[in-house]
Design a protein around this ligand. Structure first.
Ligand code: ADP
Ligand code: CIR
Length: 346
């Protein structure tokens, strides 16, 4: 990484929150600061500098980054989440509080439903600053906890190191495994030592999966075909609480669950459906309007920064901090109901 002594100049068309909130004054105040793990401003913003097409452009190396570099993180968090410095975050993973009967019982629109949360281990640096040894130890510790799960959550851990290319590509194509090689994560230092310390745990049905040491140390995932959002959330909720009895997650009552990317703070939850909306997607303006009204994000079906394929879109909650997990799923559910109603009208 080049030394960052001078204020970075972003291209004219750069629209990242980093470019918007990194003023010369903020830069001057923060540029020589480091966290106790030695994580610098330069490391935090390298992804946004190397990738001017970033939406956000900044990552944290540890929980302390959010206070050491608060002058930059706070306005970005405020703008993305609508959350202020004095707000408190609350968690609620109780499925009994969710109202989400299957919005598509005849399977006409929703292909599949997936809900994931990100988690990181208390007391360790986050992925951008973790050492090789810490990452490998974490893999051992977490995979041992996962291998102890029983019943429908019981499964096996598959390290990425040594996994055959064919198996890996099949897991990616089937939407179960992370892709690797992401340029945003690369510049954030999140791909160091790849594929060491990374892997995936899943049950036999592949309805419960855990990614280890990707963008966050754990990504806990529940997914299945169709639109039974309740079933997906209930499975996730149970899995999270069982894992939490074996490892301590990084959490504070301001920022909630700590994540490496500030968009994931709070619940670190993304609840999504893959949904066929051939008519509505021909009118992107209306599609985006409905999505915005319901705080939804539209992605392509091969993950973030991918394109749609066959008129199928990935629709998920956009807000994650200052709302509970139940509210995140409710956002997605209410929005999906509205999108299906509009598709039926057309
Ligand atoms: P994340 O959800 O972890 O932020 P991505 O957007 O990169 O990350 O998605 C990860 C993977 O999950 C991709 O392969 C994507 O296609 C898959 N995925 C996301 N939502 C769904 C869904 N509702 N059904 C099936 N696969 C999904
Ligand atoms: C970016 O800034 O675009 C990437 N670092 C990803 C940010 C998180 N994703 C998102 O808000 N969609």
């Amino acid at each position: 990484m080049k030394e960052l002594n001078e204020f970075p100049i972003f291209p004219e068309d750069c629209a990242s929150l980093l470019s918007k909130h990194l003023s010369r004054a903020v830069f001057a105040k923060l540029k020589n600061r480091q966290t106790a793990n030695g994580f610098s401003l330069q490391q935090a913003i390298n992804s946004g500098i190397q990738n001017p097409d970033s939406g956000i452009g900044i990552y944290a190396g540890d929980e302390e980054s959010y206070t050491t570099f608060a002058g930059l993180f706070d306005p970005i968090i405020a703008e993305y989440h609508g959350f202020s410095k004095t707000d408190r975050h609350r968690s609620n993973l109780n499925p009994a509080d969710l109202h989400a009967p299957n919005p598509d019982p005849e399977n006409q629109y929703i292909v599949s439903t997936r809900i994931r949360v990100g988690r990181n281990i208390a007391g360790l640096p986050l992925g951008p600053a973790i050492s090789t040894e810490q990452r490998n130890q974490l893999e051992q510790q977490v995979s041992a906890v996962l291998n102890g799960l029983q019943g429908k959550l019981a499964g096996s851990y598959y390290p990425l190191q040594g996994m055959g290319e064919k198996d890996r590509n099949q897991l990616i194509a089937d939407h179960f495994l992370f892709k690797g090689g992401d340029r945003f994560l690369e510049a954030a230092g999140l791909n160091r030592d790849w594929p060491g310390g990374r892997g995936i745990y899943h049950n036999d049905e592949k309805t419960f999966l855990v990614w280890i040491n990707e963008e966050d140390q754990l990504r806990i995932i529940s997914m299945q075909m169709g639109g039974d959002i309740n079933a997906v959330f209930t499975r996730l909720s149970r899995a999270v609480s069982e894992i939490e009895s074996g490892v301590k997650f990084s959490f504070n009552d301001h920022l909630g669950y700590i994540s490496s990317c500030p968009t994931n703070l709070g619940t670190a939850m993304r609840a999504s459906v893959h949904i066929k909306l051939p008519k509505l997607s021909a009118d992107m303006k209306t599609f985006k309007q409905i999505a915005d009204q319901h705080h939804l994000q539209i992605r392509g079906i091969h993950g973030e920064h991918s394109e749609s394929e066959g008129g199928i879109y990935d629709i998920s909650n956009r807000r994650r901090l200052g709302v509970t997990e139940v509210e995140c799923v409710q956002d997605m559910y209410d929005g999906v109901v509205a999108l299906i109603a509009q598709e039926k009208l057309l």
